[in-house]
Design a protein around this ligand. Structure first.
Ligand code: 3HC
Length: 311
């Protein structure tokens, strides 16, 4: 049974009214949005690390410039999302502390290593592809600042996906060694990208409530299916084989049937035991500590300015 104010709030959600920062909202709505938005922001920031690893080793100057632009875009996405979380009263310092202490989650996908240049193509094609499928519905979610942040993010992500696909297309129309590199990257990135959409709906603690509050417009399994249906034909076009022996077009459902992801691996990565979890957190801790003097200097400068204005 809903309390009257919660029923009134739910009625506004059901009418498709956007909730804005100054509106009344249940604490639980605020809390789950800070949880999801801050973890989304952390994902953008940590997501720069696997790609940054190849900035100095891109095969051409053009590829280097494109990758540089993409890494910078991710930093901006993180900024929009931390700002959206701040509109709910979350503090930047607290969110940062939660990330660096290992308390906050960020997308599992960024805990895998980028071993060859083909991985940069696989990330753009698969990871940004999965991210777009997940982020487009969020442009229509019930919380105004989050929805508006996503509109800009989605525009930039579609460029990220295209440049990734282009990298793999170049390799797949190259030498046998280049084709093998592209297939090796798909073999290593396919399943982690399928798991990006979260656990099965039956194991998703947040989905029901997030759907009711229109924070989520589709469930994890619905988005996962959309991602697979969209990506299989692209792999066929590239002449690459998706490493799932159970993958098969189902004429009746009009979707691809696919195998069961390794959920033990998924939960292990979430617990911090993925291939790169320690390395990723250490890189963020080093960046935070290394940047302390800039934050102190900026704060001192701002204080001096404020004093001068008061004087
Ligand atoms: N990685 C890490 N944690 C994950 C996860 C994943 N791939 N999938 C689920 N989880 C976590 C959830 O956060 C939740 O833990 P919490 O309650 O402590 O937050 C738990 O596993 C159970 O999952 P639920 O399905 O119940 O959780 P959600 O309802 O929050 O659904 C989600 C998970 C689909 C990732 C949702 O949070 C979401 O849509 N987030 C916004 C989009 C996002 O974060 N995308 C990943 C980053 S892609 C990116 O960085 C863009 C581009 O630069 C690549």
């Amino acid at each position: 049974e809903m309390a009257p104010e919660e029923a009134a709030f739910q009625a506004r959600i059901d009418e498709g009214i956007k909730i804005e920062p100054k509106d009344e909202m249940p604490d639980a709505y605020r809390k789950t949005l800070v949880r999801q938005i801050s973890q989304h922001a952390h994902s953008e920031i940590v997501g720069q690390l696997p790609e940054g690893n190849w900035l100095t080793r891109a095969p051409t100057l053009e590829r280097k410039l494109i990758l540089l632009a993409k890494v910078q875009d991710e930093a901006g996405h993180g900024l929009y999302l931390y700002s959206a979380a701040e509109t709910l009263g979350a503090s930047r310092d607290d969110m940062q502390a939660d990330l660096l202490s290992g308390k906050a989650k960020y997308s599992s996908i960024f805990n895998y290593p980028t071993l060859t240049w083909a991985d940069i193509g696989a990330i753009g094609w698969l990871v940004d592809g999965a991210a777009i499928i997940n982020q487009i519905p969020i442009c229509r979610c019930s919380y105004g600042p989050y929805a508006r942040a996503m509109v800009r993010v989605c525009k930039e992500e579609s460029f990220h996906q295209r440049q990734g696909f282009d990298i793999l297309h170049k390799l797949c129309t190259g030498t046998q060694e280049q084709k093998d590199m592209a297939q090796d990257a798909l073999n290593r990135w396919w399943w982690p990208s399928v798991m990006m959409h979260g656990p099965r709906d039956a194991d998703s603690v947040n989905t029901a409530q997030s759907m009711q509050w229109k924070i989520k417009l589709f469930t994890n399994d619905e988005l996962r299916q959309k991602y697979i249906d969209q990506t299989v034909p692209q792999a066929d076009f590239l002449g690459l084989t998706i490493p799932d022996p159970d993958l098969k077009w189902n004429e009746e459902t009009g979707h691809y049937d696919f195998g069961e992801p390794d959920w033990d691996e998924f939960w292990n990565v979430l617990k911090g035991y993925g291939p790169c979890n320690q390395e990723r957190l250490q890189a963020r801790i080093d960046a935070h500590e290394g940047g302390a003097w800039v934050r102190e200097a900026a704060a001192a400068h701002a204080e001096k300015q404020a004093r001068r204005r008061e004087a």
